[in-house]
Write a protein that binds this ligand. Structure first.
Ligand code: PGA
Length: 254
């Protein structure tokens, strides 16, 4: 049985005191230590709150995650942060290729690929986000777009990375919109993603974890995580509220 992954993506929200306060409330409300056996619990605050959140979660099984990484180890790259610096802050994970970075910050597949490699080589586990735009879905291009993102994002990697890699399927039209993919549609895309990744990395399909993201909330979590190939969720808006995030964790661990 694959362990589920539940990640809070706090995006560009919360000052340090707010981030550590919310992290503390989440830890206090967890359904008991057994949850860590069933679910990888991950929190991705802003860079400026990494240390503050780490000091709250360090004695627990909750794992710290960054929202981005640069592909060089050090040097004249103003404003960028390396994998080594993230590890130094206590990060275990990094989110790469989020649609907000692809579309607002104009990150290309080539940049995503460099980031995936440097994250993995630097000792971080990687959540690689993929997903289609609304018109791409309407034109029947969902899997073409996603396969292309996977081929480019995972180029040069092999099965050795599979325990350190999770794919997040995030349909762009579902992020922050209140719209979410029908659970059966998400399941079909997840199955296809696993086939593509299994071919690319030459690894067993059962080893691949694919989480869903895009307007996950307390109302849709059960139907999403009960799909056989939905191995967890990447949660934005609903992770900023302790009660809704705790409910999402509880249902994911059922
Ligand atoms: P959302 O964000 O849950 O607010 O839609 C998800 C994400 O962008 O990771």
């Amino acid at each position: 049985m694959r362990k589920k992954v539940v990640a809070a993506n706090w995006k560009m929200n919360l000052l340090r005191s707010e981030a550590s306060g919310l992290a503390g409330e989440i830890i206090k409300g967890l359904p008991g230590p057994k949850i860590y056996n069933k679910v990888d619990l991950i929190i991705a605050p802003t860079f400026t709150s990494l240390n503050a959140v780490q000091s709250i979660i360090k004695e627990t099984g909750v794992q710290l995650c960054a929202q981005n990484v640069f592909w060089k180890e050090s040097g004249a790259y103003t404003g960028e942060i390396s994998a080594g610096m993230l590890i130094d802050c206590g990060c275990k994970w990094v989110i790469i290729g989020h649609s907000e970075r692809r579309h607002i910050l104009k990150e290309t597949d080539e940049m995503v690929s460099l980031k995936v490699k440097s994250g993995l080589n630097g000792g971080l586990k990687v959540i690689l986000c993929v997903g289609e735009l609304k018109d791409e879905r309407e034109n029947g291009k969902t899997m073409e777009v996603i396969s292309n993102q996977l081929v480019k994002g995972l180029g040069g990697l092999d099965s050795a990375c599979i325990d350190s890699l999770v794919i997040a399927y995030e349909p762009v039209w579902a992020i922050g919109t209140g719209l979410n993919a029908e659970p059966e549609d998400a399941e079909a895309v997840h199955r296809n993603i696993k086939e593509v990744v299994s071919g690319l990395l030459d690894c067993k399909i059962e080893k691949i974890r694919v989480m869903y993201g895009g307007s996950v909330n307390t109302g849709n979590i059960k139907s999403l995580v009960s799909q056989p190939n939905v191995d967890g969720v990447l949660v934005g808006g609903a992770s900023l509220n302790k009660d809704s995030f705790l409910e999402i964790i509880r249902v994911s661990g059922d």
